[in-house]
Ligand binder design. Structure first.
Ligand SMILES: [Zn+2]
Ligand SMILES: [Zn+2]
Length: 281
């Protein structure tokens, strides 16, 4: 698995245009296809095994499914459409103010100065404000301006696949007892419909990836870090301020919808640290 990952990274570095042209449409379609597949499976096959389709519970399940799907796809789209490059700054903020020069770096590729915590991305071919990583599933870089959307995108992906896994397990328990499953009673497995057995298998593999992604995002949020400096406490301002630095002034309300306006505390060029009040960094 590591070998495939290393080969993919190496190919991306050597042929960024080819990588973006081929992998981005493929991975975006993969997320869209999987979302439609799991919602359809869940609402037309799995949930009706738990609740009759004319009950209030089934209708509530539909509302929950639509809410989660809207937030997965809405945050994914917002993530892709939000420009988080240094070029998104007003012209006068693309150069350091007097006194800031020592804290800024220079990008040899763009041949322009870049603010602290910014990195050049070979796939986007731009410098990204507080670059976290390049996400192939949203076909863009994750940085200062769109990390909010990526955070909730991974959260709802993990929630959706987690709910799917739980409901699959509940349906399985209707066909055979917990004791039979634990003791691997082969007769109990034979009682499961083949579609349920197959779906359970697929769902078990779908859950770990978004669950791991949201855990990493929580780790980054905890210390106001990025994927590159997960355990650095340099920019840690306390959990409340760190959270607002990612999701903006509206805080937890952003949980409800990507359309909720939530201005970030700053433009991504001045980073307050533990040691300085407002580091003109
Ligand atoms: Zn650059
Ligand atoms: Zn990128």
């Amino acid at each position: 698995m590591c070998f495939i990952w290393d080969c993919t990274k190496s190919f991306a570095r050597r042929h960024p245009k080819c990588f973006v042209g081929f992998f981005h449409p493929f991975t975006v379609l993969f997320v869209l296809g999987c979302t439609v597949f799991f919602v359809g499976l869940q609402m037309f096959y799995v949930v009706p095994e738990l609740f009759k389709t004319d009950t209030l519970m089934y209708k509530l399940a539909w509302i929950a499914a639509i809410f989660i799907t809207y937030n997965i796809l809405g945050n994914m789209l917002a993530c892709h459409l939000t420009d988080t490059s240094v070029g998104s700054l007003p012209k006068d903020r693309q150069i350091p103010e007097p006194g800031e020069e020592p804290m800024w770096d220079f990008c040899d590729v763009c041949e322009k100065p870049m603010p602290p915590r910014s990195w050049h991305c070979v796939l986007c071919n731009r410098c990204i404000l507080k670059r976290d990583h390049h996400c192939i599933f949203t076909a863009t870089c994750i940085g200062h301006n769109n990390q909010r959307y990526f955070f909730w995108f991974t959260f709802y992906l993990a929630l959706g696949t987690g709910v799917a896994l739980t409901t699959h397990m509940l349906v399985v328990l209707q066909y055979c007892s917990y004791f039979d499953l634990v003791t691997r009673n082969i007769d109990s497995y034979r009682r499961l419909p083949s579609w349920l057995y197959l779906n359970l298998f697929v769902t078990m593999y779908a859950f770990p990836a978004p669950a791991a992604a949201i855990v990493v995002q929580f780790l980054a949020l905890r210390l106001n870090g990025t994927l590159h400096d997960l355990y650095s406490k340099t920019y840690d301002l306390g959990i409340r301020k760190n959270f607002k630095m990612i999701v903006g002034e509206r805080g937890l309300w952003t949980f409800l919808s990507p359309s909720i306006k939530s201005p970030l505390p700053h433009d991504g060029t001045k980073w307050e640290t533990k040691d300085t009040d407002i580091s003109e960094c």
